[in-house]
Design a protein around this ligand. Sequence first.
Ligand SMILES: Cc1ncc(COP(=O)(O)O)c(C=O)c1O
Length: 362
Amino acid sequence: MAGMIGAPIDDLDTPALLLDGPALERNIRRMAEFFRGKPCQLRPHFKNHKCTRIARLQSDAGSAVGITCAKLGEAEVLADAGFEDILIANQVVGRRKLDRLVNVACRTRLRVAVDHLQQAAAISAAADAAGVTIGLLVEVDIGMGRCGLPPGEPALRLAQAIVRLPGVRFDGLQAYEGHLVSVPDADERFRRTREAMQQALETRRLMEHAGIPVAVVSGGSSSTYKVTGTLDGVNEIQAGTYATMDWSYRQWAPEFEQALSVLARVISRPRPDAAVLDVGVKGVGHEFGPPQVRDNPTARIPRFSSEEHCVVEGVADWRIGQAAQLIPSHACTTCNLYRQFVVHDGERVIDVWPIEGSGRLA
Ligand SMILES: Cc1ncc(COP(=O)(O)O)c(C=O)c1O
Protein backbone atom coordinates (compact mmCIF):
# COMPACT_ATOMS: atom_id res chain seq x y z
CA MET A 1 0.00 0.00 0.00
CA ALA A 2 2.96 2.32 -0.55
CA GLY A 3 2.27 5.75 -1.97
CA MET A 4 -1.30 5.87 -0.75
CA ILE A 5 -1.21 9.39 0.72
CA GLY A 6 -3.20 11.73 -1.49
CA ALA A 7 -4.77 8.89 -3.47
CA PRO A 8 -8.55 8.77 -3.95
CA ILE A 9 -9.99 6.16 -1.58
CA ASP A 10 -11.82 4.38 -4.39
CA ASP A 11 -8.40 3.59 -5.83
CA LEU A 12 -7.26 1.59 -2.78
CA ASP A 13 -6.72 -2.12 -2.86
CA THR A 14 -9.66 -3.81 -1.13
CA PRO A 15 -10.79 -4.74 1.40
CA ALA A 16 -9.31 -1.84 3.36
CA LEU A 17 -10.23 -0.44 6.76
CA LEU A 18 -11.09 3.23 6.36
CA LEU A 19 -11.18 5.86 9.07
CA ASP A 20 -12.68 9.27 8.43
CA GLY A 21 -10.03 11.45 10.15
CA PRO A 22 -12.10 14.62 10.71
CA ALA A 23 -15.09 12.58 11.99
CA LEU A 24 -12.81 10.69 14.40
CA GLU A 25 -11.37 13.96 15.70
CA ARG A 26 -14.84 15.45 16.18
CA ASN A 27 -15.93 12.35 18.14
CA ILE A 28 -12.87 12.55 20.36
CA ARG A 29 -13.34 16.29 20.90
CA ARG A 30 -17.04 15.90 21.69
CA MET A 31 -16.41 13.34 24.42
CA ALA A 32 -13.47 15.29 25.87
CA GLU A 33 -15.63 18.46 25.94
CA PHE A 34 -18.36 16.64 27.88
CA PHE A 35 -15.89 15.80 30.64
CA ARG A 36 -14.04 19.15 30.60
CA GLY A 37 -13.87 20.43 34.21
CA LYS A 38 -15.98 17.58 35.62
CA PRO A 39 -14.85 15.62 38.66
CA CYS A 40 -15.25 12.41 36.65
CA GLN A 41 -12.74 12.01 33.83
CA LEU A 42 -12.24 9.77 30.83
CA ARG A 43 -10.16 6.65 30.58
CA PRO A 44 -10.80 5.78 26.91
CA HIS A 45 -11.02 2.08 26.06
CA PHE A 46 -8.29 0.96 23.64
CA LYS A 47 -10.18 -2.23 22.71
CA ASN A 48 -12.29 -0.23 20.27
CA HIS A 49 -9.51 0.62 17.79
CA LYS A 50 -6.30 -0.91 19.22
CA CYS A 51 -4.31 1.87 17.54
CA THR A 52 -1.86 3.96 19.59
CA ARG A 53 -2.18 6.96 17.25
CA ILE A 54 -5.88 7.18 18.14
CA ALA A 55 -5.18 6.58 21.83
CA ARG A 56 -2.70 9.48 21.71
CA LEU A 57 -5.33 11.75 20.15
CA GLN A 58 -7.73 10.74 22.93
CA SER A 59 -5.15 11.56 25.62
CA ASP A 60 -4.14 14.83 24.00
CA ALA A 61 -7.79 15.96 23.72
CA GLY A 62 -7.82 16.35 27.52
CA SER A 63 -10.23 15.22 30.25
CA ALA A 64 -8.40 11.87 30.30
CA VAL A 65 -6.67 10.32 33.32
CA GLY A 66 -5.20 7.36 31.46
CA ILE A 67 -6.19 4.56 29.15
CA THR A 68 -8.22 1.36 29.53
CA CYS A 69 -7.55 -1.88 27.71
CA ALA A 70 -9.04 -5.36 27.75
CA LYS A 71 -6.01 -7.61 27.42
CA LEU A 72 -2.45 -7.81 28.69
CA GLY A 73 -1.20 -7.83 25.08
CA GLU A 74 -2.91 -4.47 24.55
CA ALA A 75 -1.28 -3.13 27.72
CA GLU A 76 2.12 -4.18 26.35
CA VAL A 77 1.44 -2.30 23.12
CA LEU A 78 0.41 0.78 25.09
CA ALA A 79 3.44 0.61 27.40
CA ASP A 80 5.71 0.25 24.34
CA ALA A 81 4.12 3.42 22.95
CA GLY A 82 4.86 5.32 26.15
CA PHE A 83 1.42 5.39 27.82
CA GLU A 84 1.97 5.92 31.51
CA ASP A 85 -1.31 5.05 33.22
CA ILE A 86 -2.97 1.85 32.05
CA LEU A 87 -5.98 -0.08 33.38
CA ILE A 88 -6.49 -3.67 32.26
CA ALA A 89 -10.25 -3.87 32.85
CA ASN A 90 -10.08 -7.60 33.04
CA GLN A 91 -8.75 -10.49 35.11
CA VAL A 92 -5.17 -11.54 34.33
CA VAL A 93 -4.46 -15.17 35.16
CA GLY A 94 -1.69 -17.66 34.35
CA ARG A 95 2.00 -18.00 35.21
CA ARG A 96 3.33 -16.63 31.91
CA LYS A 97 0.90 -13.73 32.02
CA LEU A 98 2.06 -12.76 35.50
CA ASP A 99 5.66 -12.49 34.27
CA ARG A 100 4.49 -10.23 31.44
CA LEU A 101 2.24 -8.24 33.78
CA VAL A 102 5.12 -7.48 36.12
CA ASN A 103 7.19 -6.46 33.13
CA VAL A 104 4.58 -3.89 32.11
CA ALA A 105 4.32 -2.68 35.73
CA CYS A 106 8.07 -2.00 35.73
CA ARG A 107 7.55 0.49 32.91
CA THR A 108 4.23 2.18 33.68
CA ARG A 109 1.58 2.74 36.31
CA LEU A 110 -0.68 -0.29 36.00
CA ARG A 111 -4.03 -1.32 37.38
CA VAL A 112 -5.82 -4.64 36.94
CA ALA A 113 -9.35 -5.83 37.74
CA VAL A 114 -9.79 -8.77 40.11
CA ASP A 115 -12.84 -10.56 41.46
CA HIS A 116 -11.25 -13.35 43.52
CA LEU A 117 -8.53 -13.58 46.13
CA GLN A 118 -6.76 -16.22 44.02
CA GLN A 119 -6.08 -13.70 41.19
CA ALA A 120 -5.07 -11.00 43.66
CA ALA A 121 -2.73 -13.29 45.62
CA ALA A 122 -0.99 -14.48 42.45
CA ILE A 123 -0.47 -10.90 41.24
CA SER A 124 0.74 -9.95 44.70
CA ALA A 125 3.34 -12.73 44.79
CA ALA A 126 4.64 -11.91 41.29
CA ALA A 127 4.76 -8.16 41.90
CA ASP A 128 6.35 -8.52 45.33
CA ALA A 129 9.07 -10.81 43.94
CA ALA A 130 9.83 -8.24 41.22
CA GLY A 131 9.76 -5.29 43.63
CA VAL A 132 6.88 -3.48 41.87
CA THR A 133 3.42 -2.41 42.99
CA ILE A 134 0.31 -3.12 40.92
CA GLY A 135 -3.00 -1.36 41.60
CA LEU A 136 -6.06 -3.59 41.90
CA LEU A 137 -9.69 -2.72 41.25
CA VAL A 138 -12.27 -5.09 42.70
CA GLU A 139 -14.77 -5.77 39.94
CA VAL A 140 -18.39 -5.88 41.05
CA ASP A 141 -21.17 -7.34 38.93
CA ILE A 142 -23.90 -4.71 38.77
CA GLY A 143 -26.17 -6.76 36.51
CA MET A 144 -24.23 -7.79 33.43
CA GLY A 145 -23.60 -11.33 34.65
CA ARG A 146 -20.05 -11.53 33.33
CA CYS A 147 -17.08 -11.20 35.71
CA GLY A 148 -17.42 -9.51 39.07
CA LEU A 149 -18.29 -10.21 42.68
CA PRO A 150 -21.70 -9.31 44.06
CA PRO A 151 -21.61 -5.71 45.34
CA GLY A 152 -21.58 -5.10 49.10
CA GLU A 153 -20.08 -7.52 51.63
CA PRO A 154 -18.38 -9.95 49.18
CA ALA A 155 -16.54 -7.05 47.51
CA LEU A 156 -15.65 -5.58 50.92
CA ARG A 157 -14.18 -8.90 52.08
CA LEU A 158 -11.95 -9.08 48.99
CA ALA A 159 -10.81 -5.48 49.48
CA GLN A 160 -9.98 -6.25 53.14
CA ALA A 161 -7.85 -9.18 52.00
CA ILE A 162 -6.10 -7.15 49.30
CA VAL A 163 -4.99 -4.39 51.66
CA ARG A 164 -3.00 -6.99 53.60
CA LEU A 165 -1.13 -8.27 50.52
CA PRO A 166 2.35 -7.05 49.52
CA GLY A 167 3.11 -5.90 45.98
CA VAL A 168 -0.44 -4.71 45.32
CA ARG A 169 -2.42 -1.60 46.21
CA PHE A 170 -6.19 -1.60 46.61
CA ASP A 171 -7.26 1.26 44.35
CA GLY A 172 -11.03 0.89 44.19
CA LEU A 173 -13.84 -0.62 42.17
CA GLN A 174 -14.67 -1.47 38.61
CA ALA A 175 -18.38 -1.61 37.75
CA TYR A 176 -19.35 -1.90 34.08
CA GLU A 177 -23.03 -1.58 33.15
CA GLY A 178 -22.58 -3.53 29.90
CA HIS A 179 -26.08 -5.06 30.06
CA LEU A 180 -27.60 -1.59 29.67
CA VAL A 181 -25.61 0.02 26.86
CA SER A 182 -28.10 -1.09 24.19
CA VAL A 183 -31.37 -0.38 26.00
CA PRO A 184 -33.11 1.45 23.13
CA ASP A 185 -35.05 4.05 25.09
CA ALA A 186 -32.57 6.61 26.44
CA ASP A 187 -34.67 7.53 29.51
CA GLU A 188 -35.00 3.90 30.51
CA ARG A 189 -31.29 3.29 29.81
CA PHE A 190 -30.32 6.23 31.99
CA ARG A 191 -32.72 5.29 34.82
CA ARG A 192 -31.51 1.70 34.92
CA THR A 193 -27.86 2.83 34.67
CA ARG A 194 -28.35 5.09 37.69
CA GLU A 195 -29.88 2.18 39.65
CA ALA A 196 -27.15 -0.25 38.62
CA MET A 197 -24.32 2.14 39.46
CA GLN A 198 -25.85 2.83 42.90
CA GLN A 199 -24.81 -0.71 43.85
CA ALA A 200 -21.19 0.20 43.15
CA LEU A 201 -21.52 3.49 44.99
CA GLU A 202 -23.05 1.79 48.03
CA THR A 203 -20.16 -0.66 47.97
CA ARG A 204 -17.79 2.31 47.89
CA ARG A 205 -19.48 3.76 50.98
CA LEU A 206 -19.36 0.41 52.77
CA MET A 207 -15.61 0.14 52.15
CA GLU A 208 -14.98 3.70 53.26
CA HIS A 209 -16.98 3.11 56.46
CA ALA A 210 -14.82 0.07 57.06
CA GLY A 211 -11.76 2.34 56.85
CA ILE A 212 -10.62 1.32 53.37
CA PRO A 213 -10.01 4.33 51.10
CA VAL A 214 -11.47 3.94 47.61
CA ALA A 215 -9.47 6.06 45.19
CA VAL A 216 -11.42 5.13 42.08
CA VAL A 217 -14.75 3.82 40.82
CA SER A 218 -14.34 3.06 37.12
CA GLY A 219 -17.12 2.12 34.69
CA GLY A 220 -19.33 3.55 31.98
CA SER A 221 -19.67 3.31 28.21
CA SER A 222 -20.26 5.32 25.05
CA SER A 223 -24.04 5.25 25.53
CA THR A 224 -24.30 5.70 29.32
CA TYR A 225 -21.48 8.20 30.01
CA LYS A 226 -23.91 11.10 30.35
CA VAL A 227 -25.36 9.47 33.46
CA THR A 228 -22.52 7.36 34.84
CA GLY A 229 -20.09 10.22 34.26
CA THR A 230 -22.08 12.62 36.41
CA LEU A 231 -22.82 10.38 39.41
CA ASP A 232 -21.15 11.55 42.59
CA GLY A 233 -18.48 8.95 43.42
CA VAL A 234 -17.78 7.67 39.91
CA ASN A 235 -14.29 8.80 38.90
CA GLU A 236 -13.58 7.36 35.46
CA ILE A 237 -15.49 6.46 32.32
CA GLN A 238 -14.12 3.62 30.18
CA ALA A 239 -15.90 4.56 26.96
CA GLY A 240 -14.55 2.99 23.77
CA THR A 241 -16.75 2.86 20.68
CA TYR A 242 -17.44 6.61 20.59
CA ALA A 243 -14.14 7.04 18.69
CA THR A 244 -14.94 4.98 15.59
CA MET A 245 -18.64 4.08 16.01
CA ASP A 246 -20.56 1.34 14.18
CA TRP A 247 -24.14 1.25 12.93
CA SER A 248 -25.46 -0.65 15.89
CA TYR A 249 -23.94 1.65 18.53
CA ARG A 250 -25.05 4.76 16.65
CA GLN A 251 -28.62 3.82 17.57
CA TRP A 252 -27.77 4.41 21.23
CA ALA A 253 -25.21 7.22 20.82
CA PRO A 254 -26.22 9.19 17.71
CA GLU A 255 -24.23 12.24 18.83
CA PHE A 256 -21.09 10.50 17.57
CA GLU A 257 -20.32 10.26 13.85
CA GLN A 258 -19.63 7.16 11.83
CA ALA A 259 -15.85 7.31 11.30
CA LEU A 260 -15.15 3.65 10.52
CA SER A 261 -15.95 1.74 7.34
CA VAL A 262 -14.64 -1.13 5.27
CA LEU A 263 -13.91 -0.33 1.66
CA ALA A 264 -14.85 -3.25 -0.61
CA ARG A 265 -15.11 -3.75 -4.35
CA VAL A 266 -17.71 -5.35 -6.60
CA ILE A 267 -16.16 -8.52 -8.02
CA SER A 268 -19.26 -10.04 -9.62
CA ARG A 269 -22.76 -9.19 -10.87
CA PRO A 270 -24.16 -12.74 -11.00
CA ARG A 271 -27.83 -11.67 -11.22
CA PRO A 272 -29.45 -8.41 -12.34
CA ASP A 273 -30.29 -7.39 -8.79
CA ALA A 274 -27.23 -8.75 -6.97
CA ALA A 275 -23.68 -7.53 -6.67
CA VAL A 276 -20.94 -9.40 -4.81
CA LEU A 277 -18.29 -7.53 -2.81
CA ASP A 278 -14.82 -8.86 -2.02
CA VAL A 279 -15.21 -9.01 1.76
CA GLY A 280 -17.03 -11.39 4.10
CA VAL A 281 -17.05 -12.36 7.73
CA LYS A 282 -13.22 -12.50 7.79
CA GLY A 283 -13.15 -8.76 7.15
CA VAL A 284 -16.18 -7.28 8.93
CA GLY A 285 -17.21 -7.77 12.57
CA HIS A 286 -20.88 -8.72 12.40
CA GLU A 287 -21.94 -9.88 15.88
CA PHE A 288 -24.83 -7.40 15.94
CA GLY A 289 -25.98 -7.94 12.36
CA PRO A 290 -24.78 -7.72 8.77
CA PRO A 291 -22.97 -4.57 7.66
CA GLN A 292 -24.82 -1.69 6.04
CA VAL A 293 -23.84 0.00 2.78
CA ARG A 294 -22.86 3.62 3.46
CA ASP A 295 -25.17 6.28 1.96
CA ASN A 296 -27.29 3.73 0.09
CA PRO A 297 -30.70 3.18 1.66
CA THR A 298 -31.89 0.76 -1.06
CA ALA A 299 -28.97 -1.65 -0.65
CA ARG A 300 -29.75 -4.79 1.38
CA ILE A 301 -27.47 -7.50 2.74
CA PRO A 302 -29.94 -10.23 3.69
CA ARG A 303 -27.30 -12.84 4.62
CA PHE A 304 -23.75 -12.23 5.74
CA SER A 305 -22.05 -15.58 6.28
CA SER A 306 -19.47 -16.15 3.54
CA GLU A 307 -15.84 -15.81 4.52
CA GLU A 308 -14.82 -13.61 1.59
CA HIS A 309 -18.05 -12.57 -0.17
CA CYS A 310 -20.86 -10.16 0.58
CA VAL A 311 -23.95 -10.34 -1.61
CA VAL A 312 -25.72 -6.99 -1.86
CA GLU A 313 -29.25 -6.66 -3.26
CA GLY A 314 -31.09 -3.55 -4.39
CA VAL A 315 -28.10 -2.12 -6.24
CA ALA A 316 -29.09 -2.58 -9.89
CA ASP A 317 -26.78 0.22 -11.01
CA TRP A 318 -23.59 -1.20 -9.46
CA ARG A 319 -20.85 -2.25 -11.88
CA ILE A 320 -17.97 -4.71 -11.54
CA GLY A 321 -14.92 -2.89 -10.20
CA GLN A 322 -16.71 -0.12 -8.36
CA ALA A 323 -15.99 0.45 -4.68
CA ALA A 324 -18.47 0.68 -1.82
CA GLN A 325 -18.13 1.39 1.89
CA LEU A 326 -19.61 -1.01 4.43
CA ILE A 327 -20.46 0.12 7.95
CA PRO A 328 -19.94 -2.77 10.39
CA SER A 329 -22.40 -3.60 13.17
CA HIS A 330 -19.44 -4.05 15.52
CA ALA A 331 -16.44 -1.75 15.25
CA CYS A 332 -14.23 -3.39 17.87
CA THR A 333 -14.13 -6.84 16.28
CA THR A 334 -13.68 -5.25 12.84
CA CYS A 335 -10.60 -3.23 13.85
CA ASN A 336 -9.12 -6.37 15.36
CA LEU A 337 -9.08 -7.95 11.87
CA TYR A 338 -6.85 -5.34 10.18
CA ARG A 339 -3.25 -4.23 10.51
CA GLN A 340 -3.81 -0.58 9.56
CA PHE A 341 -6.34 2.20 9.23
CA VAL A 342 -6.34 4.11 5.98
CA VAL A 343 -7.23 7.58 7.24
CA HIS A 344 -9.15 9.78 4.84
CA ASP A 345 -10.60 13.26 4.58
CA GLY A 346 -13.49 13.10 2.18
CA GLU A 347 -12.37 11.20 -0.90
CA ARG A 348 -8.60 11.50 -0.26
CA VAL A 349 -6.22 9.38 1.82
CA ILE A 350 -4.41 11.55 4.36
CA ASP A 351 -2.52 8.98 6.46
CA VAL A 352 -2.00 5.32 7.32
CA TRP A 353 -1.95 4.29 10.98
CA PRO A 354 -0.83 0.88 12.24
CA ILE A 355 -3.25 -1.05 14.46
CA GLU A 356 -0.58 -2.38 16.78
CA GLY A 357 -3.01 -4.18 19.09
CA SER A 358 -4.79 -6.04 16.32
CA GLY A 359 -4.86 -9.77 17.04
CA ARG A 360 -3.29 -9.29 20.48
CA LEU A 361 -5.73 -11.60 22.22
CA ALA A 362 -3.43 -12.97 24.91
C1 LIG B 1 -14.99 -3.41 30.90
C2 LIG B 1 -15.58 -2.52 29.87
N1 LIG B 1 -15.68 -1.20 30.15
C3 LIG B 1 -16.22 -0.34 29.28
C4 LIG B 1 -16.68 -0.77 28.04
C5 LIG B 1 -17.35 0.27 27.20
O1 LIG B 1 -17.02 0.33 25.89
P1 LIG B 1 -18.02 0.97 24.82
O2 LIG B 1 -17.99 2.42 25.04
O3 LIG B 1 -17.41 0.54 23.55
O4 LIG B 1 -19.35 0.36 25.05
C6 LIG B 1 -16.58 -2.13 27.72
C7 LIG B 1 -17.07 -2.63 26.42
O5 LIG B 1 -16.97 -3.76 26.05
C8 LIG B 1 -16.03 -3.02 28.65
O6 LIG B 1 -15.94 -4.34 28.41
